[in-house]
Design a protein around this ligand. Sequence first.
Ligand SMILES: NC(=O)c1ccc[n+]([C@@H]2O[C@H](COP(=O)([O-])OP(=O)(O)OC[C@H]3O[C@@H](n4cnc5c(N)ncnc54)[C@H](OP(=O)(O)O)[C@@H]3O)[C@@H](O)[C@H]2O)c1
Length: 307
Amino acid sequence: MSSLRVALVGATGNLGPSILQALLAASLETTVLTRVGSAHKVSVPPGSEKFLKVQEVDYSSHESLVSALEPISVVVSTLGFENLFTIQKKLIDASLEANVTRFIPSEFGNDSANPLVRKLPLYADKIKTQDYLQEKAAQNPEFSYTFAYNNSFLDWQLQIGFMVNLKDHSATLYDGGDVPFSATRLATIGQAIVGMVRNLEATKNKNIYFHDIAITQNQLIDISKRIDGKEWSTTVVSTAEVEQKSYNMLKSSDPSEVANSALGFIARACWGAGHGGDFSDKISNKLLGIPEMSTEDLENLIRETMA
Ligand SMILES: NC(=O)c1ccc[n+]([C@@H]2O[C@H](COP(=O)([O-])OP(=O)(O)OC[C@H]3O[C@@H](n4cnc5c(N)ncnc54)[C@H](OP(=O)(O)O)[C@@H]3O)[C@@H](O)[C@H]2O)c1
């Protein structure tokens, strides 16, 4: 275990820094792969420099990727949606040549193992990555994958006002607002990745689900009301209609409409009946060393976000 080195790809985005922080806090030797000439800066937690190496790579160069991945046992990708399959396929090919043993692709969201979610076009690159990894793992017994599912980013989505808008006291209530869904803080996802790295055998070639809490939109609103007593402005929408609207937006000639279609597909995957947005009956929190979130912690997070 002491020689195990993790590569984190896309460490400078929304999720990556929290995973980097957790890996370094766990004293895991980590190499961050970042694009040559990236405008993003890798944030290095003080005192953890000795565990960290930052390596610029050219994703179009197989040799550049193989050389960066040669000392690596586990690759964790937190790349965003842009060209996701194209880049991850290159990383997987290079990982195979570099004898990487585990590849954890950029999932970190809705249950894309669910057949209804798999049909939604937003997830196409994630599904293609899964299929490719499964094919490669079947051909190479030394190579394996883990698909990590946390459903909604709890703190991040509360900040941007997606699941409910705590600052404006407003919400779009999907399918009525009483649908339980899993939600997970970014720091918990970091802990979960450390848990996977420490449990490589138990997480080998598996879908691994975890969360902080399963909650409904109306429960979040009730907590907010208890804190400041203010009324909320809400609109109820049907996730089936939102999904259809997103399909129409995909046909638009306006790139921002096309980009915004993502929100409707995410809402359908999170709250739509049968789409598996509540992970309660399949979480591996215990294996990963993640306690479920207390009501008090949730209230504190809501209070901080409202402030
Ligand atoms: N469940 C949720 O609520 C939720 C919310 C947001 C995201 N997610 C998921 O979390 C994962 C990570 O998303 P994120 O929002 O953190 O990603 P992101 O911020 O969009 O991108 C992460 C990093 O990827 C690299 N990158 C971006 N575009 C690239 C390109 N064209 N080529 C190569 N590298 C590129 C950049 O790193 P460098 O510049 O350093 O190379 C960037 O900092 C995704 O799977 C996403 O779907 C889930």
